[in-house]
Design a protein around this ligand. Sequence first.
Ligand SMILES: [Zn+2]
Ligand SMILES: [Zn+2]
Length: 356
Amino acid sequence: MKHDHKTGLTENDFRESFSKVKLTSNEINLLKILYESPNHKATGIKLMEILNKNHPGGINLTFARIAKKISKVTNVYPSSKRENGNYRWWSLLAIGGEEGKYFTWELKPEFVGALEKEKILNQKIKFKLEEVFPVIRAIIRNLNLSKIWVDRDEIATELKKDKFIQEKYLNGVTDINWISGNMVDWFSASITRESIIVQEYLLEFERRKIEKPNINGRNRKIWAYRIKNVLLPEEVEEIDIKHIEGKVSTVLVNRYERDSEARLKCIRHFKPTCQVCGFNFRDKFGELGKDFIHVHHLKEISSIGEEYEVNPIEDLIPVCPNCHAMLHKKKPAFTIEELREIMKTEQNKAYNGHFS
Ligand SMILES: [Zn+2]
Ligand SMILES: [Zn+2]
């Protein structure tokens, strides 16, 4: 059974009305989901599921709000009323139907035509990139302290909790999930385009695609970010040697990844402080020196087999470039203890010199 309550509104009428009404992101989102459904038709249950709502009332209300806006500018009202005398607002835009025990909405063809021609569903929510992106940057930096990759969904979740974003962009908005997600997607798109506004982030972050299910359990690929850990020339050398040792070229990328993740874990464990002499670049150079340190591989490269998995705490150790260079003065390299001992001996000599 279909309930097509005709009103006489044509595609052109709808198109004209779009120049006068302003739809919210929430309203556009509902239309988008319906539009993208097979035959532009979906059950209320399905819409609730996709929009993450637990009551169909919200969807009905959103539908009504869109219809009211259009009625107001066209002066055409729904041709169907409920028993209580209220308009069936949805009937201005959709054909009602039943699928089993579920009610369905199907967008009217003339309404669909207008949506397409006026590109209503391509509208983006408006926010100032220069306000939102620094918040995203801070979120990645912060989450990166406790986990290696920070993905799009995790950033969006933090955005929703951010006081500034809440007050400026999310107040009174129903679909904050969609907006916060959209903000992160916009950030990612800007990185892809290497927009001016994200120039400095390009240097700061690296990213990769990861697979993750959305709220409906469907897997999709999303971006994950982390602070770039610049590999220093000497470390690259060490890693390259290991790659040659590994022999199988297809595992090179994985090994490299594992190495840079191990490096981060190592630095987090020991702090970016030289474990031989105690030098810390941040103490000396402030922001400029933040997180700068070399990581020395304690295991001899030649002793590493193909199945070797680096242990970030036992096999790696942060050292300053000076101490790193001294460690490699001998082959195989000095141990950390040996180098500390040499330093201590020299220091003692210097002190003794004062008193003798
Ligand atoms: Zn040092
Ligand atoms: Zn080294």
